[in-house]
Design a protein around this ligand. Structure first.
Ligand code: ATP
Ligand code: MG
Length: 702
């Protein structure tokens, strides 16, 4: 069956360049549905600068790696109040659809953006936010302020949460779900950001040619003279945390300009000058901590090489300098007997232990600083009025395969696996199940369900990968090597899975997006993610209120319960996220990376084919083509379209006295659309082509 392409206006409005589209702009209209045909179509379009393509209501976006001039205010305006087929595919059309559906059907919406690292998720998320800010109403100063703040979160969180990696010069190193809250009139009244697991290990070291978080270079390069004097700020070449990986500058990134934008964003959000001072103080502390070096003393223990540096850190932290020195080279161990606290010892650290302790403090401060910023942003964006609906925009770190993969990659890939699962649940599985449930005529279509991989990672019994890691943490305490060995042993329990393989010090998971080999070394420690009591005491002893506030834990409470591990936290937040997304009407953007070289002209067939396959685009097209583009409960359908039948409306009033199902049938018959275009299920009305529903919307307008 080849669907007849209906003649459509496929160019932008007056004033913008009219351009002929290459290939098909909705791949449900491809004459042959194969991975190769999809690849060819995307390629043709990529070379013609048509980076967006639909599969029904799913937007495929291929990263152009250049400015195409397609995000001007004119182009943006041209998408307002238009349906998807009236204009060429665009991320703005997705934003428009979510916004209008929210209002038309009083339903929460979410935009789920997925794709591998560097494919264009963060850019797409920003365009969605810009679009919504531009078209949503409200001239009051409080609504304008909310819009300004929402947009300002981008430069701010990118500075603190993005970094240059080998895959992407602006790689998100945390996940982010932004919910914009609207009043009944569709005006934004507030927003909330949920943050997912920042890759804090990056603060203390990066692989060669990667960088630390952008903010450190911005600050070290562009700090004011006042900060240079007060916090001892030097250039990024002077700090090990920013220079050891051998990359200080990134093409097309202007750290000095970005620093100005970061500060401007802080001002827009209302972060006070005093708070900004404290943020900078923390950044300087971290930079200087990285420069604390150790030598071995006669007893084989570590000794601080340059006590001037720790003196300065004590000044920055506003704590007693002796305490800093002590925390750097020794560790307090407390014996406990029968749950009661016993004697306290100071155990000296060897050099490796001292380095790891120093890094632990830096990571803890940065992680908490980041969470503080998110908290502060949320406080500023708190809803000004009652919020009736929400549009959520999800932008996380993309699927990642490095030469060396560790705990961070496992968490990132796990979250991506969960997102793929939502896509499968909602577009492939639920769609087909709904047809069965609603007793619609249907021929089932096969697809790979990655739930087995999600289970392999997160299931409790038999222990999955996370459970094995938690068990290893619980048993092997002090010695990280013993803990890793214990983990190796426990992971054998996963070997029953076809998607898992364990071999000398590594394990491989066959993810939906490719096989990734993870190194076990250091994993248990990263999972345990325990803040040292000595660090807590140090920070709590500070006379700086900001620093104290970052560490609110109560030192006197000795909880017997195991604190949640890092994997516990990511598992809980990923599942909460899934629940939230499942309760909203989803729109999907699936981003594709055309090559590994950030090249605007290269289209690497092999790499794209791989993505086309694992994204399940073929199955997506098949199900879409055989299925129904629109479905709505009888009640909501009637509420929306009762004006279209003289049997259900008189002079604009609703006059039907029968049930909603009969009303639906009456309306559909009276609008004169063909009987092959719609089916009535047990609770919902189904309409085959989106064009039909738009025709109904047009009639309704009239
Ligand atoms: P990660 O998972 O690493 O965070 P990502 O999917 O968020 O990756 P982006 O940061 O959005 O990737 O995109 C990477 C780079 O590609 C951008 O910095 C930009 O240079 C370019 N890019 C992405 N989308 C577009 C676009 N629509 N137009 C022009 N350039 C783009
Ligand atoms: Mg990103």
């Amino acid at each position: 069956m080849t669907r007849e392409a209906r003649p459509k206006k496929a160019d932008w409005s007056e004033g913008t360049a009219r351009k002929k589209q290459a290939g098909v702009s909705d791949m449900t209209m491809l004459s042959k549905i194969t991975n190769e045909a999809i690849n060819e179509n995307l390629k043709m379009r990529f070379h013609n600068a048509d980076i967006y393509t639909y599969i029904g209501n799913v937007l495929i976006s291929v990263n152009p790696f250049k400015d195409l001039g397609i995000y001007t205010p004119e182009v943006l305006k041209s998408y307002e109040n238009k349906n998807r087929m009236e204009l060429p595919p665009h991320v703005y059309a997705i934003a428009e659809g979510a916004f209008r559906n929210m209002i038309a059907y009083s339903e929460n919406q979410c935009v789920i953006i997925s794709g591998e690292s560097g494919a264009g998720k963060t850019e797409a998320a920003k365009k969605i936010m810009e679009y919504i800010a531009a078209v949503s109403g409200g001239n009051s100063s409080s609504i304008k302020e909310i819009k300004r703040m929402v947009l300002a979160t981008n430069p701010l969180l990118e500075s603190f949460g993005c970094a240059k990696t080998l895959r992407n010069n602006n790689s998100s190193r945390h996940g982010k779900y932004l919910e914009i809250q609207f009043n009944a009139g569709g005006e934004p009244v507030g927003a909330i950001i949920t943050n997912y697991l920042l890759e804090k290990g990056r603060v203390v070291g990066q692989i060669r040619n990667e960088r630390n978080f952008h903010i450190f270079y911005q600050f070290a390069k562009a700090a004011s003279q006042e900060y240079r004097d007060k916090y001892g700020v030097l250039g990024p070449e002077s700090y090990l945390y920013t220079s050891a990986a051998g990359c200080l500058d990134v093409p097309n990134i202007d750290d000095t300009k970005d620093y100005a934008d970061t500060i401007k964003a802080m001002d827009v959000i209302g972060i006070t000058p005093a708070e900004q001072d404290d943020i900078h103080r923390m950044l300087a502390t971290i930079l200087w901590l990285g420069n604390v070096q150790f030598v071995e003393n006669d007893e084989g223990n570590s000794q601080i090489t340059d006590p001037n540096i720790t003196q300065f850190i004590a000044y920055l932290l506003e704590v007693n300098p002796e305490m800093v020195d002590k925390v750097m080279v020794s560790r307090t161990i407390e014996t406990s007997r029968g749950g009661r606290r016993g004697s306290v010892y100071d155990v000296p650290l060897n050099i490796a232990q001292a380095q790891s302790t120093r890094d632990g403090l830096s990571k803890a401060i940065y992680d908490r600083l980041f969470n503080w910023i998110v908290m502060r942003v949320n406080k500023a964006m708190q809803a000004r009025a009652e919020s009736n609906y929400i549009i959520g925009v999800l932008d996380i770190y993309g699927f990642e395969i490095f030469e060396q993969n560790s705990f961070e990659q496992l968490c990132i890939n796990y979250v991506n696996e969960k997102l793929q699962q939502i896509f499968i649940e909602l577009t492939l599985k639920a769609e087909q199940e709904e047809y069965v449930r609603e007793q619609i005529k249907w021929t089932p279509i096969d697809y790979f369900n990655n739930k087995v991989v999600c289970d392999l990672i997160e299931i409790k019994r038999p222990p999955g990968v996370f459970a094995a890691m938690n068990d290893a943490c619980a048993t092997a305490h002090a010695d990280p090597k013993a803990a890793d060995q214990s983990l190796s042993q426990r992971l054998t329990a996963c070997s029953h899975s076809r998607h898992f393989e364990l071999f000398d010090g590594n394990f491989t998971i066959k993810h939906y997006a490719g096989d990734v080999t993870y190194s076990i070394s250091g994993m248990t420690d990263k999972n345990k993610d325990q803040l040292m009591r000595d660090h807590l005491e140090l920070c709590k002893s500070s006379s700086n209120g900001f620093l104290q506030g970052l560490f609110p834990e109560d030192l006197t409470q000795d909880s017997k319960k195991r604190p949640p591990t890092a994997s516990d936290r990511i598992k809980i937040s990923a599942n909460e996220l899934v629940t939230k997304l499942m309760q909203s009407q989803p729109s999907y953007i699936r981003t594709i990376k055309p090559n590994e070289n950030k090249s605007p002209s290269e289209f690497d067939d092999k790499r794209v084919l791989h993505q086309v396959k694992y994204l399940g685009l073929c199955e997506n097209i098949r199900i879409r083509r055989a299925g129904f583009a629109y479905r709505q409960t009888f009640e909501k359908f009637v509420e929306r379209f009762y004006l279209l039948s003289p049997q259900t409306s008189y002079a604009g009033d609703f006059i039907w006295t029968g049930d909603s199902k009969a009303a639906c049938i009456q309306i559909l018959k009276d609008t004169g659309i063909g009987p092959e275009e719609w089916q009535i299920g047990t609770t919902k009305t189904f309409i085959r082509h989106p064009e039909t529903i738009w025709a109904l919307e047009n009639q309704r307008e009239q």
